[in-house]
Design a protein around this ligand. Structure first.
Ligand SMILES: NC(=O)c1ccc[n+]([C@@H]2O[C@H](COP(=O)([O-])OP(=O)(O)OC[C@H]3O[C@@H](n4cnc5c(N)ncnc54)[C@H](OP(=O)(O)O)[C@@H]3O)[C@@H](O)[C@H]2O)c1
Length: 298
């Protein structure tokens, strides 16, 4: 693993350290930021497990990215799929929890949870904890600037008492990502583990995510605005690659350095007051354990 400094620097960063002999899992590697994260890592010598819900799409990606990779089926919104994947994938150095959906109309996962929380947080919570005994280096959590507007109502994670708003549910799930990051690192440290948890967000990156939710306003903004102001996916992937490969302290959150973290090179970025709330992090962890039936992996 390459070690440059303990603090991300601001400036062009296009040459991640070599990753020969290291094995990465990237969820949602079939498009956008995840695809480019996998591609950059593979080009730096890593073996990358493309953890995807659509295996045929994953095989096309594997054929196109070069380097060493394999495709494994993972529907992160389905806990039985998460368990099957975790049981079979073997040892990994780094798990990159990247897969995500945004702004969906209300829907439930097969396990009965609101689908954005299930995909963006709960499935990844379970995956990380199930894999933890076989992870050699770290867990990377991909969040978003949207977490700043996130409001996590732990008494109504299912949105059964509130009017459902797709984007608000997305923002809440991205806040959940950062609370998970903080609490996971706290637990790792308390357990005396040398494993670490880091986080990243891709600022504004031109991918298909705004098209996935069926929200015409979001889709229009994504289609017309993202190409103008968004970074290309390879640049959006750099914060994830940085968080996955550089010698940063546990609980570091990496994002683009400029334009309100929407654009730029990887650097350490701040987070909302809610994301720093240890009590909220602990209570979300406990709720996530109860919902998934998966506890701390170490
Ligand atoms: N793009 C941005 O500006 C932006 C900004 C902030 C944060 N992010 C975050 O970046 C991450 C990647 O998003 P993106 O922009 O790259 O979007 P994207 O191009 O739509 O990619 C999302 C990926 O997640 C996968 N996925 C969705 N549901 C899944 C499930 N149930 N099981 C397994 N895989 C699933 C998708 O698979 P399919 O190919 O099968 O659909 C796809 O590979 C997300 O966590 C998102 O919240 C993105």
């Amino acid at each position: 693993m390459g070690v440059l400094s303990s603090r991300p620097r601001v400036g062009p960063w296009v040459d991640p350290p070599r990753q020969d002999g290291r094995r990465f899992v990237v969820t949602g590697a079939s498009s956008g930021v995840g695809l480019m994260t996998a591609r950059i890592l593979a080009h730096r010598g890593a073996h990358v497990v493309l953890a995807v819900r659509d295996v045929a799409k994953g095989e096309q990606v594997a054929a196109s990215i070069g380097g060493s990779s394999e495709v494994r089926r993972l529907d992160v919104a389905d806990l039985s799929s998460v368990r099957a994947f975790a049981a079979e994938v073997g040892s990994v150095d780094v798990l990159v929890n990247n897969a995500g959906v945004m702004g969906l109309p209300f829907a439930r996962s097969v396990d009965g949870f609101e689908l954005q929380l299930a995909t963006n947080h709960l499935g990844h919570f379970a995956l990380a904890n199930l894999l933890l005994p076989r992870i050699g280096d770290r867990v990377v959590v991909v969040s978003s600037r949207a977490h700043h507007t996130g409001d996590l109502d732990l008494s109504d994670l299912d949105w059964s008492r509130r009017g459902y708003q797709g984007y608000a549910a997305y923002a809440a799930s991205k806040l959940a990502n950062l609370l998970f990051l903080a609490e996971l690192q706290r637990r790792l440290t308390a357990a005396g583990s040398t494993l670490r948890a880091t986080g990243a967000h891709p600022g504004s990156t031109y991918t298909g995510i705004t098209q996935s939710g069926g929200n015409p306003v979001l889709a229009w903004i994504g289609r017309h605005g993202h190409p103008l102001v968004g970074m290309p996916p390879w640049r959006g992937a750099l914060p994830s690659v940085y968080a996955a490969t550089m010698d940063v302290p546990g609980n570091t959150f990496v994002g683009p350095h400029a334009l309100g973290e929407m654009y730029g090179w990887p650097t350490s970025v701040g987070r909302s007051r809610s994301a720093l709330d240890p009590d909220l992090a602990r209570r979300l962890w406990e709720a996530s354990e109860a919902m998934t039936g998966v506890g701390f992996g170490l």
